[in-house]
Design a protein around this ligand. Structure first.
Ligand code: NAD
Ligand code: MG
Length: 386
């Protein structure tokens, strides 16, 4: 049977990996909708190749360009934030949520409200609006499938009938490009250096998050919402080879792990075919060649983002949304060369220090917290630059 698919963020790293798998299995899938932020040419080419029914560009100024690029194809087009939501709201069996940042939240909510299956890569939306999102999924009978490699690994190892028999979830982390660096060595790194991840090829924002290790902090909060074992039972373990993607330890001492080469097409394929399995072209694991796997405890002093995220998940309420919004602003400023690498976590800490609103209970509340945290982060960065 053909599965109808929509991809939100189709031109990004996760989006193009998803398209790659689909294009290798043309008979199994039909594309309903594709979205992108500003890459009109990339979006139009993907829509033509796959015979998508609808394509939406997030930047409202680019609507005309997209319509022209797809003229005569019969593919519907739309532009602006509302068009992204329209794309997500169209009937599809399976939706890939691969927009980066909180910009993906409204489209993800539209897909969940439809009650379909949503493969979630866009961790920032779950970090910001975890309770609102998981509640909507439950209410509308939607299924959330984790695509983040660690969470996909946990999903594969977790026996859902024995959640109360889980002793620990062990979230592995590569440690990023600066795993062995001192704070003074990190002080002067450029965006070009910081995006060079040792194991994974990814978009710029998540690559910077991996370098500060905020990525693992966001993943801790993501895991807390996806796997209800209690955040105090989710531990972070540095594993530089990125072979074990995460583990679940049960009360009897059994620890189950999922292993693979660092290629997102494996967890994406797992979610695409779920509950079945499909072939994926990722390089096979050659453990004899790798020889040995190593592990170390995370260093919360050199990577303060981890401690900030742990405190945010413990406190709950608006704290994770503030952490995420301040981090998005700070990462964008670092990529734009307006602040230094170590300023990223420092700005996040400052915003968390000076802003403590009540718990958001609706999506509007989450957006209000998100907007205020961004304003505060921007103000602090302006003061710093002045
Ligand atoms: P990317 O930057 O390569 O792609 C982002 C996609 O989102 C693009 O299609 C872009 O057009 C779209 N987009 C960006 N800003 C937008 C906006 N304001 N409005 C609408 N669309 C917008 O990012 P990526 O690396 O593919 O990551 C996507 C998400 O998946 C992130 O949340 C990331 O944390 C998560 N993730 C990525 C990887 C990976 O290997 N790349 C692994 C795990 C999780
Ligand atoms: Mg991950």
């Amino acid at each position: 049977m053909t599965r109808s698919i929509s991809i939100l963020g189709a031109t990004g790293s996760v989006g193009t990996s998803t398209l790659d798998l689909i294009e290798r299995n043309r008979d199994a899938f039909a594309i309903e909708a594709l979205t992108a932020h500003s890459d009109v040419a990339g979006l139009a080419a993907a829509a033509r190749r796959t015979g998508a029914r609808f394509a939406a560009i997030g930047d409202a100024q680019l609507g005309q360009a997209l319509a022209e690029a797809l003229a005569g194809t019969g593919i519907g087009t739309g532009a602006g934030e509302a068009a992204l939501v329209d794309a997500a709201a169209r009937e599809a069996d399976w939706t890939m949520a691969a927009i980066v940042g909180c910009a993906g939240l409204k489209p993800v909510m539209a897909a969940l409200t439809r009650g379909g299956t949503v493969a979630l890569a866009n961790k920032e939306s779950l970090v910001s609006a975890g309770d609102v999102m998981t509640h909507a999924a439950k209410e509308h009978g939607a299924t959330l499938l984790p695509v983040d490699s660690e969470h996909n690994a946990i999903f594969q190892c977790l026996d859902r009938t024995q959640v109360d028999r889980v002793a620990r979830i062990i979230l592995t982390a590569s440690g990023g490009p600066f795993r062995t660096w001192s704070r003074s060595e990190m002080a002067a790194v450029t965006p070009e250096r910081a995006v060079q991840h040792p194991n994974w090829s990814m978009g710029a924002k998540i690559s910077i998050d991996s370098a500060t290790m905020m990525n693992k902090g966001l993943e801790l909060i993501e895991a807390h919402h996806l796997f209800p074992v209690g955040h105090d039972r989710i531990e972070i373990l540095v594993h530089p080879q990125s072979v074990i993607h995460s583990m679940v330890e049960y009360v009897d001492g059994s620890t189950l792990a999922q292993l693979g080469t660092p290629d997102m097409r494996t967890p994406i394929a797992h979610a695409l075919a779920w509950p079945a399995r499909m072939a994926a072209p990722a390089e096979r694991l050659d453990l004899a060649k790798i020889g040995s796997l190593s592990f170390e405890a995370p260093d919360l002093v050199r990577f303060p983002a981890l401690a900030l995220a742990r405190a945010a998940v413990e406190a709950g309420g608006a704290r994770p949304a503030i952490l995420n919004a301040a981090n998005e602003q700070a990462v964008a400023a670092f990529l734009g060369r307006r602040i230094a690498f170590l300023d990223i976590a420092a700005i996040v800490a400052k915003v968390l220090d000076c802003y403590d609103p009540p718990s958001p209970s609706s999506l509007d509340d989450v957006f209000a917290v998100d907007a205020q945290a961004r304003r505060l982060a921007t103000e602090m960065m302006e003061v710093k630059a002045a």
